[in-house]
Design a protein around this ligand. Structure first.
Ligand SMILES: C[S@@+](CC[C@H](N)C(=O)[O-])C[C@H]1O[C@@H](n2cnc3c(N)ncnc32)[C@H](O)[C@@H]1O
Length: 221
C-alpha cells in the first residue's frame, strides 16, 4: 500500500512539475513575445547598461541566472556575482551555466554578504516586485551600501502604462500571475519615490514589451 501510495505520489509530483515547467515556459514565451523573445529581451537589458571592462557586477534576485549569464558571457573581466534567496533557483543557475565566470550565492537582497562599496554595477531584474514595501526599501538601501561611489543600479520591472489595452495587460499579468506585492507596487507607482529616498538619482528610463516593462538606470548619490 505504502509502495503504491509513494508511486502515486511520485507520478503526481512528476506530472505537477512537468505541468509547472510547461506553464512557466508558456508564460515566458507569451510574456517576452512582444520583445522578440526572452533572449533578445535579456540582450536588450545588457545593452541598456553601460558596463565597462573590469566592472565588478552584482545581479540581485538573480533567479536561474538568465541575466547574470548574459552579463558574464561578455567577458568584461571584472567579477560577476548572482544572489538569490532560493537555493533551488541557484542550483538551476549553476547547472545551466557551468562554464560561465559567475559566482552564485544564497542571500537575502536586504542583507547582502559583501563589503560596502564593493560593486561598480548592480542589477535587480523582476526582483523588487516580489517584496513588500518595507523590504523593498531595505533592499534599495542595502544596494546603495554595496555600490561604489557613483556606482550604478539597473532596475528592470513592471511598468503601468497610462491607459488602454497595455495597461489592462500589465494589471492582468501582475494580478493573475504575480504576488499581491507586485500588484500593489504597480498600482501605487511607489518605486520611483522609493528609489529617490534610497539616495539614487534616476538617469535614464526605457520602456520595453509595449510599455509593460521599464528599464531604469540610476546612480548612487
Ligand atoms: C521573477 S524571479 C526573477 C529572476 C531573474 N532576475 C530574472 O530576471 O528572470 C524573482 C527572484 O527573486 C528572488 N527573490 C525574491 N525575494 C528575494 C529576496 N528577499 N532576496 C533575494 N532574492 C529574492 C526569488 O527567489 C526569485 O528567484
Amino acid at each position: 500500500m505504502t509502495e503504491r501510495l509513494s508511486k502515486f505520489g511520485y507520478v503526481v509530483s512528476r506530472v505537477f512539475s512537468t505541468w509547472i515547467s510547461c506553464y512557466n515556459s508558456a508564460f515566458n514565451f507569451l510574456f517576452y513575445l512582444p520583445c522578440g523573445g526572452e533572449t533578445s529581451f535579456r540582450r536588450r537589458c545588457f545593452k541598456f547598461a553601460s558596463l565597462a571592462a573590469g566592472d565588478s557586477i552584482l545581479d540581485v534576485c538573480c533567479g536561474a541566472g538568465e541575466l547574470t549569464s548574459v552579463i558574464a558571457r561578455q567577458g568584461l573581466t571584472g567579477q560577476v556575482f548572482g544572489v538569490d534567496i532560493s537555493e533551488s533557483a541557484l542550483d538551476l543557475a549553476r547547472r545551466k551555466t557551468p562554464r560561465i565566470p559567475a559566482t552564485f550565492l544564497r542571500a537575502s537582497a536586504d542583507c547582502l554578504p559583501f563589503d560596502s562599496s564593493r560593486f561598480d554595477k548592480c542589477f535587480v531584474s523582476f526582483g523588487l516586485h516580489h517584496m513588500g514595501g518595507k523590504q523593498r526599501r531595505r533592499t534599495l538601501i542595502e544596494i546603495h551600501r554595496i555600490l561604489a561611489p557613483k556606482g550604478t543600479l539597473y532596475v528592470i520591472d513592471y511598468n503601468l502604462p497610462e491607459s488602454g489595452l497595455r495597461r489592462l495587460t500589465a494589471v492582468a499579468f501582475t494580478k493573475l500571475d504575480e504576488s499581491k506585492e507586485a500588484y500593489q507596487m504597480l498600482q501605487s507607482r511607489s518605486l520611483t519615490n522609493e528609489i529617490r529616498k534610497a539616495r539614487f538619482q534616476i538617469e535614464r528610463r526605457d520602456l520595453a514589451c509595449q510599455g509593460i516593462i521599464q528599464l531604469l538606470e540610476m546612480v548612487k548619490m
